[in-house]
Each structure stands twice: as structure tokens, then as C-alpha cells.
Design a protein around this ligand. Structure first.
Ligand code: ZN
Length: 274
């Protein structure tokens, strides 16, 4: 990459970092292994009863903002937690009504699932969510067209890049900004699928930041309050924020802020982008 093609992030920042938090509560577990799985349900319920509050405190201590992607039923269970995230300056986005995967769903089923989740969140905060992450990142070919049709502006599902890009299946409608995630940027990989010491997770993500900062790119991390909101795993986030804030030239921003900034840039470069 030459200096001329390098992305120029706002205010001279060398790279961007989005912290996203998927609030599944027990609905991810119920969908994966049934409502009788009380062991995992109680593990995941930590999301709302403890984890989210610890994470909100950490973000507040560093004075940084993230994007909270809510399962609709979890929001309905604890509107106070949605309000606390919103009042803390964080973005509120959608993460499915009850964490059912979208892969087997028709366009109409996805439309209904998204609309119901968005309305529930809007009723709590007064603001209409414009971002969406599909449960388990299990989208299908209909997901982006439906999101675009419903007026969503960003999606964090398609893990095939490390810069944002525009998706515009309907050329007559405003585009959707794809903010690529990665399974290596997901706390679930290190603390649920495996058990890795938080220091090692931090080292992995620090190396990611170093490479992306050198190249001028974007890192979109995914946290779960019942995973990274636990005491020791929360240190991976704290150590990362200590490091990144200390660098002083990485833009830590909400997903909607990155998406709107990216849209603005594309408009300036191509005269389109809306
Ligand atoms: Zn989830």
C-alpha cells in the first residue's frame, strides 16, 4: 500500500477501532441447545445481571464509546441496561429478536425479526437503530438487501476485509456500510471455545492493532458481557484500551460514526455514496 492509497482517518488518526458488544442474554443458548439447558442459560444471563455493568464502567473510565448490539428479548427483559448504555453515550444497534440465525430465514422473516427488534429498542431510547449484527454472524444472501430496504446504514457480518466497504444491492437506495468482523476479534473464541489467559488475548489484539495501524486499517472487535464482563477476561479489554489510548493516534469510535464518516469519504471521492 502506498501513502497515496492509504486511508486518511479523521484528525490524523492512523487506524480505527470499533468496540462492539453483543447482548445475547440466554437467548443465544436457548436457540443453540434448548430452553432446558439451565447451566448455559445461567452462564449467559450474567450478561444482564453483572457483565454489562462492569463493561460500561470500564468504557466510562477510559471515556470511550462503543456499539451495543441487542437481542430484542434481552432488551425487553432489562430496558434499564439498554438505557444505561444509551445514556453512557454508546450506540444501540440490533442483534436479532431472539438470536435465531438468519441463514434459514426468508426475506420476510428477516424483515419481521429486524423490525420488531428495532421497534423495541426505539421504544426504550427514543432513537431508531441504524446498525445490525446478525446472531452468530449467520446471515444469508437476503440479509443485506433487507437491511438496505429497512434503512439500516451499517452491518457487521461479512468478515472478508479489514476496511469498511459499501454494499448497494438496490442502486436506488442509500448504501449499507459493511464493517468487517473476524472470529479472531471475538472474545468467544478465546474465553468460551477455549480458555486463554487475558494477557495472551491482549497480546494477540495488540499485534492486530500494530499491523492495522501500520497499514491504516480498521479493527472491529466483538465482546459479550457474559464473557468479557467476567472479572479476569475484562482485563483483556482494559489492557487493550490502556495500550490503544496510549498510542494516541487510533480512532476509537462507535460503528455508526465510522460508517457515516466512511460514507462521507466515498461521496467526496466518487460523487456518489449518499
Ligand atoms: Zn450473539
Amino acid at each position: 500500500m502506498t501513502e497515496s492509497t492509504r486511508v486518511r482517518w479523521p484528525a490524523g488518526h492512523r487506524a480505527a477501532l470499533v468496540l462492539s458488544f453483543d447482548v445475547d442474554a440466554e437467548y443465544g443458548v436457548i436457540n443453540a441447545s434448548g430452553s432446558d439447558d439451565w447451566f448455559w442459560r445461567s452462564q449467559a444471563r450474567y450478561d444482564l445481571d453483572a457483565g454489562i455493568w462492569r463493561l460500561l464502567t470500564i468504557l466510562g473510565d477510559f471515556d470511550v464509546s462503543g456499539s451495543f448490539c441487542w437481542v430484542g428479548r434481552a432488551a425487553e427483559d432489562r430496558p434499564d441496561a439498554v438505557r444505561a448504555a444509551h445514556d453512557g453515550g454508546h450506540e444501540i444497534a440490533t442483534h436479532g429478536w431472539d438470536h435465531r440465525h438468519y441463514t434459514p430465514m426468508s426475506a420476510d422473516e428477516q424483515r419481521q425479526d429486524l423490525a420488531r427488534t428495532r421497534e423495541t429498542l426505539q421504544a426504550i431510547t427514543g432513537e431508531r437503530p441504524i446498525g445490525h449484527k446478525t446472531p452468530g454472524w449467520r446471515f444469508n444472501e437476503l440479509t443485506v438487501p433487507v437491511l438496505q430496504e429497512l434503512g439500516f446504514r451499517w452491518n457487521m457480518d461479512v468478515a472478508s476485509a479489514d476496511l469498511p466497504y459499501l454494499m448497494r444491492p438496490d442502486p436506488e437506495q442509500p448504501p449499507l456500510v459493511q464493517l468487517p468482523p473476524s472470529r479472531l476479534w471475538d472474545d468467544y473464541t478465546y474465553f468460551v471455545d477455549a480458555t486463554v489467559p487475558p494477557r495472551h488475548v491482549f497480546e494477540m489484539w495488540r499485534d492486530d492493532v500494530d499491523v492495522l495501524r501500520h497499514e491504516g486499517k480498521l479493527m472491529c472487535l466483538t465482546f459479550h458481557p457474559f464473557v468479557s464482563g467476567r472479572p479476569a477476561p475484562s482485563r483483556a479489554l482494559t489492557m487493550l484500551l490502556d495500550y490503544v489510548v496510549g498510542l494516541g493516534d487510533v480512532w476509537i469510535a462507535r460503528a455508526d460514526h465510522v460508517a457515516f464518516w466512511w460514507l462521507e469519504q466515498q461521496k467526496q471521492h466518487t460523487g456518489s455514496g449518499r
